[in-house]
Design a protein around this ligand. Sequence first.
Ligand code: NAP
Length: 277
Amino acid sequence: MKKLFAVLGNPIGHSMSPVMHNDLFSLYNMNAVYLPFQVKEEELKEAVNGLRALGAVGFNVTVPHKSTIMPFLDEIDELAASIGAVNTVVNQNGKLIGYNTDGLGFLKGLDEYVTKIEDHKILVIGAGGAARAIYFTLAKENPVQIDIANRTVEKAVELITECPYSITSRALTLEEAGNYLGEYDLIIQTTMIGMEPNTEEQPISLENINKQALVCDIIYNPLETSILRDAKERGAAVQNGINMFVYQGALAFEIWTGRLPDIQRMKENVLRQLGGK
Ligand code: NAP
């Protein structure tokens, strides 16, 4: 019988996860299928129980269900519980266990660029769901400092207060972050500024950037946002959101199947879908 995998979200039509995972199933000769399901908030519980009843092996959860799904699961992994969001669920004999691979996906994606994260002074721009996953995951790795800059500074303060790991952090306005920018070795852009239709906008000025810094934008559509273009022109290294997306999917695949899949193939597949090289 075909093994069932899925992603629940609303909207879900844009998701690249089905193509990415179905390609892996064919690569590894697995008799499995990964389907997207558009699920309304008020029908989430039924959808989750439906997947359990159908014997789905595992599924992903995306916007807007990452937090609201938690009460419908049987167990939540420690990191996902601290983040307060789940993006991956595995079905162990009818018991649904929730994980969060977003932050770990970001961290894994850094491996190609960063050798010792603990030596880094980091700036996270944004304080939404993705920033929270990245901030908590990086805080666990014990870097020198992680500051958070957000339009609504109170949300940055909230993140710092709620972080379960011991880390030196300041909550900053976007303007303050721009002024202190030279201090950071790693700058992570997590807001939606730079996406369509505001592709020419960026959240902070890079005037004071340290040229040795790495600037990451977790947006992958467009592949090169305005802030990445600016950082590159100023001589800094850059990384777009493809690595995070691919690694969060790879880690989910590993949780479901015990096998870390072919990352390069996943990247090429996603790039092809985005019209890149
Ligand atoms: P979210 O929870 O809604 O957070 C949005 C963040 O953007 C908040 O910090 C918000 O600031 C800020 N923001 C929004 N509009 C702004 C504006 N006009 N000016 C300044 N700040 C603004 O969203 P999310 O789930 O974290 O997702 C954020 C981005 O990450 C999206 O583009 C998403 O596609 C991307 N993402 C990528 C991956 C990946 O795998 N690569 C994974 C997850 C998410 P306030 O607090 O002031 O509102």
